[in-house]
Design a protein around this ligand. Structure first.
Ligand code: ADP
Ligand code: ADP
Length: 223
């Protein structure tokens, strides 16, 4: 369970980007954070990720504070082209960060292969990022996050830089991943259609910037 309590972030220039936000997210649910540009989505996500300190409030994962980027959380950003190492193979892009977990080489490689398989890139292990389309590069970024086996996955406009068809494919990928794990996922997007399509719950920021304007469950059709 992710608990965001009284989270406030004010930038040094006085901009109150996030104001006293409370959100509780059950384990295994996918919550989408949506709203117009400037409403505080990215700031909220960065505070949850520990990439920015909260001015006030706290973020708890299973009852413990999140400080810094700990082992139990992984982040996928919009700009995949800058988040992959061009000189490493696809497999090493996914495997290398696992050294921080103290995993040995066979374990890293096994996790990388498993994660790349989950995103449909099992055949691209030995290729380099520049040999892949933008959508495939973003799949590599997602695989890298999955390889950590995080309890919490944060995604900030992950499909903001790809064409419409690729975007739909990646949204379907998120649904597949979501169904296969019990990760809690926070997905920031400015696209309400995407929100409703992938999320269990949609949190709309705005009205007063940095505040929760609406918090809506999405009813899933029964199978
Ligand atoms: P969103 O992701 O919804 O577009 P942001 O979290 O990026 O919103 O920004 C929220 C508000 O904080 C905006 O008014 C934005 O201009 C401001 N802001 C974002 N980053 C900074 C910064 N580094 N310094 C000052 N203000 C910022
Ligand atoms: P493997 O042993 O499976 O090749 P490693 O994680 O040891 O995987 O390294 C993968 C590649 O990344 C190697 O080419 C290595 O030289 C390179 N590498 C290792 N550490 C770093 C680092 N901190 N920054 C950039 N590249 C690195």
């Amino acid at each position: 369970m992710l608990e965001i309590r009284g989270l406030t972030h004010t930038y040094p220039d006085g901009t109150a980007a996030v104001r006293d936000v409370d959100l509780h997210v059950d384990k295994g649910t996918l919550v989408s954070i949506v709203g117009p540009s400037g409403c505080g989505k990215s700031t909220l996500l960065r505070c949850v990720a520990g990439l920015q300190p909260a001015t006030e409030g706290e973020v708890l994962l299973d009852g413990h504070p999140i400080t810094g980027v700990p082992d139990d959380l992984a982040v996928v950003f919009q700009d995949y082209s800058r988040s992959l190492y061009p000189w490493l193979t696809v497999r090493d892009n996914v495997a290398l960060p696992l050294r921080r977990r103290g995993l040995d080489r066979p374990s890293r490689r096994a996790r990388a292969a498993e994660a790349l398989d989950a995103v449909g890139l099992a055949a691209a292990l030995t290729r380099h990022p520049w040999q892949l389309s933008g959508g495939m590069q973003q799949r590599v970024s997602i695989a890298r996050a999955l390889a950590f086996h995080p309890r919490l996955l944060l995604m900030d406009e992950p499909f903001g830089s790809v064409d419409a068809q690729t975007r739909e494919d990646l949204e379907d990928l998120v649904l597949t991943i979501r169904a296969a794990t019990d990760m809690t996922i926070l997905l920031v997007t400015h696209d309400i259609d995407e929100s409703v399509y992938v999320a269990d719950r949609v949190v709309i920021l705005g009205g007063t910037p940095g505040t929760v304007r609406a918090d809506l469950p999405i009813a899933l059709p029964s199978p």
